[in-house]
Design a protein around this ligand. Structure first.
Ligand code: NOJ
Length: 553
C-alpha cells in the first residue's frame, strides 16, 4: 500500500487549502462559496491532492474573513448551508479526498451569543467570565487595563458601554476588536470547543486545523511588557498550560475509529518549543513556518530542513512543508525579491519583485517541497503560479490589519484575490450560476494578466505551473519513496541541494533523488538517473540555476 493510502494518511498527505471566499463562486454574487467548491471537486481530484483544508466557513460577520466566528455549528449564508457542507464532505470522500475544517478557539466574534450576553448582563456577571473583561486604568477607567497591543495593530483592548449606556469595562482581543479572546481557564469554554470538535468529526471531517494554537492561555496577572523584550514565559504565547487543551483534544480525535487529525497553526521562533505541540498525546502535525520563511538560499534551506527533521524525529510526528497560505505574500512574489525571506514582522509588502525569477524559483520550490519527508500544503492558486496582487486600491481592501495600522501594513488581501478559471476577462469564470460563467465583480478585483494564468489556459500546456503540479503530485502518489520516510543528503557542489529518498542504505544507490540548484549558474547533475520531472529544461545537459529535477533509477 502506498503511503498516502495508509491508516496514518496525514503523514504523507498533500493538503490543499481552500479559502472559501476566493476559490469559486457558484451563486453568482462575486464571493466564493460551497456550491463553487462542489462544482470544482473534479478539478481538485485531477490535480491529485489528498485532502482539503477549509479556512472558516462558519456563520460570521466576516470582520476577519471568517476568523471571527459567530456560530461554530452553522455555515455562513454567504457560503451556503450546513446541508451543503455535509454533501461536500460526502462528495469529496467519494473522490478519495479528505476534509479538514478550521477551528478558531482563541477568540470568537463579537456577534457570538456568548459575547452578546456578556455585554447585556453587565459587569461582574458570570457571562463575562468566559472572556477577559477588566476595568480600565486611570481616572474614570479611561485607559486600557494594560499595554498589550493587538497582533493586527493598535491596542488589544476595547472599552464597552454598560447596559445603562455608561462607559464600562474593557475586553481583551489579541486580534481585531470584533474578535474577543475567550478565557480558556473557564470549564465552559473547554466543554464548548470539545463539543464543536465532535460536531464536525461526527459530520465526517477527517481533521481540524487549529487557529492561533499557541495563544489560548494567558497570564492572569495581565501585566505590561515590552514586546521587543518579552518576559519568559510570555504573557500569552506558548504558555505551558496550553498543552492540556490539546491532550484532551487528542483523546477526542482518538475516540473515532478511523484516524482524525489535529493540525496546529503554531508560529514560534523556538523550534524545540514548536515540537512540544507534536508530542504523541497532542497534535498530529503543525505548519512548518520556518520553511515558509526561509530565504531561497541553499545553506539556509538545508539548515531549516535539517532542523525540521531533527525536532520532529523524537516526537515521532511527520514534518510539513508549506510555501504559502492566506496570511503571507504569495511565494512567486517573495522569491522574486532581493530579500526572499519572510517573517511576520518583515512582510516587505510592495518591495520590488521580478515575477519571472519568482516563478522559476516557485517551480523549483514545489519539487523540493513535494520530495521532502512528510506532508505538504498547497495554498489555492499557487498551482497556477499566482502572484501577490500588490496594487489593490485602498477602497477595496478588507483586511483588518490594513485598517488597524492606518494602511501602514497593506495586509493580506493581495494573496486572497479570487482564482482565475477561464476566459479572457475578469472575473475569469470565477462566478457562475447554474454552472455558466456570469460577469459580476469579484469581491476583490483580479489582474487582467491572469487570463494567461487561468486553469483553462494552463490545462494541457506542458510548460505550465498547473501541469507541473499535476505531474509532481501524480509521481508522488505512485512513488513508494515519497511522503513520510527517511532522507539522505548526497554530495553536491556549493549551492546545490541533493538528497535521496528511500530506506537507509539506499543513499548510495538511490532510486529517487531530488536535486535543486541555487548556486547561481548551471551545474551537472550530481548523480546518474532518468529525469522523471524537471522544473525547467536542462541546458546542454546541465541543470540551470533555480531549477529542480527529480531523478529515478
Ligand atoms: C490566524 C489566521 O490564519 C488568520 O487569518 C487570522 O486572521 C488569525 N489567526 C486570527 O484568527
Amino acid at each position: 500500500m502506498r503511503s498516502h493510502e495508509a491508516a496514518e494518511w496525514w503523514r504523507s498527505a498533500v493538503i490543499y487549502q481552500i479559502y472559501p471566499r476566493s476559490f469559486a463562486d457558484g451563486n453568482g454574487d462575486g464571493v466564493g462559496d460551497l456550491a463553487g467548491v462542489r462544482a470544482r471537486l473534479p478539478y481538485l481530484a485531477r490535480l491529485g491532492v489528498d485532502a482539503l483544508w477549509f479556512s472558516p466557513w462558519y456563520a460570521s460577520p466576516q470582520a476577519d474573513a471568517g476568523y471571527d466566528v459567530a456560530d461554530y455549528r452553522a455555515i455562513d449564508p454567504v457560503f451556503g448551508t450546513l446541508a451543503e457542507a455535509e454533501e461536500l464532505i460526502r462528495e469529496a470522500h467519494a473522490l478519495g479526498i479528505r476534509i479538514i475544517v478550521d477551528v478558531v478557539p482563541n477568540h470568537c466574534s463579537d456577534r457570538h451569543v456568548w459575547f452578546q450576553q456578556a455585554l447585556a448582563k453587565g459587569p461582574d456577571s458570570p457571562e463575562r467570565e468566559l472572556f477577559w473583561f477588566r476595568s480600565g486604568r486611570g481616572p474614570g477607567g479611561d485607559l486600557p487595563p494594560n499595554d498589550w497591543q493587538s497582533i493586527f495593530g493598535g491596542p488589544a483592548w476595547t472599552r464597552t458601554s454598560d447596559p445603562d449606556g455608561a462607559p464600562g469595562d474593557w475586553y481583551l482581543h489579541l486580534f481585531a476588536a470584533e474578535q474577543p479572546d475567550l478565557d480558556w481557564e473557564h470549564p465552559r469554554v473547554r466543554r464548548e470547543f470539545e463539543d464543536v470538535l465532535r460536531f464536525w468529526l461526527d459530520r465526517g471531517a477527517d481533521g481540524v486545523r487549529i487557529d492561533s494554537a499557541a495563544l489560548l492561555t494567558k497570564d492572569r496577572a495581565l501585566t505590561d511588557f515590552d514586546p521587543e523584550d518579552p518576559p519568559y514565559p510570555h504573557p500569552y504565547t506558548d504558555r505551558d498550560d496550553v498543552h492540556d487543551i490539546y491532550r484532551s483534544w487528542r483523546a477526542i480525535a482518538e475516540s473515532y475509529p478511523d484516524k482524525r487529525v489535529l493540525i496546529g497553526e503554531v508560529w514560534l521562533p523556538d523550534a524545540q518549543r514548536f515540537a512540544n505541540y507534536l508530542r504523541p498525546d497532542e497534535l498530529h502535525t503543525a505548519f512548518n513556518f520556518a520553511f515558509l520563511g526561509s530565504p531561497w538560499q541553499a545553506d539556509e534551506l538545508r539548515r531549516v530542513i535539517d532542523e525540521t527533521l531533527t525536532i520532529h524525529a523524537p516526537v515521532g510526528a511527520p514534518a510539513t512543508w508549506v510555501l504559502s497560505n492566506h496570511d503571507v505574500p504569495r511565494h512567486v512574489t517573495r522569491y522574486g525579491r532581493a530579500d526572499t525571506s519572510f517573517n511576520l514582522e518583515f512582510r516587505q509588502l510592495g518591495a520590488p519583485t521580478d515575477l519571472t525569477l519568482g516563478t522559476r524559483r516557485a517551480r523549483a520550490a514545489i519539487l523540493l517541497s513535494l520530495a521532502l519527508p512528510g506532508s505538504a500544503y498547497i495554498y489555492q492558486g499557487e498551482e497556477l503560479g499566482l502572484e501577490e496582487v500588490e496594487d489593490l486600491p485602498d477602497s477595496v481592501r478588507q483586511d483588518p490589519m490594513f485598517f488597524r495600522t492606518a494602511g501602514a501594513n497593506l495586509g493580506r488581501d493581495g494573496c486572497r484575490v479570487p482564482l482565475p478559471w477561464s476566459g479572457q476577462e475578469p472575473p475569469f469564470g470565477f462566478s457562475t450560476t447554474a454552472g455558466d460563467p456570469v460577469k459580476v465583480e469579484p469581491w476583490l478585483p483580479q489582474p487582467k494578466a491572469w487570463k494567461d494564468l487561468s486553469v483553462e489556459t494552463q490545462t494541457g500546456d506542458p510548460g505550465s505551473m498547473l501541469e507541473l503540479y499535476s505531474a509532481a503530485l501524480a509521481l508522488r502518489r505512485e512513488s513508494e519513496h515519497l511522503g513520510d520516510g527517511p532522507l539522505t543528503w548526497l554530495p553536491a557542489p556549493d549551492g546545490v541541494l541533493a538528497f535521496a529518498r528511500g530506506a537507509a542504505g539506499e543513499g548510495t544507490d538511490p532510486s529517487f533523488v531530488c536535486v535543486v540548484n541555487l548556486s547561481g549558474g548551471p551545474v551537472p547533475l550530481p548523480v546518474d538517473g532518468t529525469i522523471a520531472l524537471c522544473s525547467g529544461a536542462l541546458e546542454s545537459g546541465m541543470l540551470p540555476d533555480d531549477t529542480a529535477a527529480w531523478l529515478v533509477r
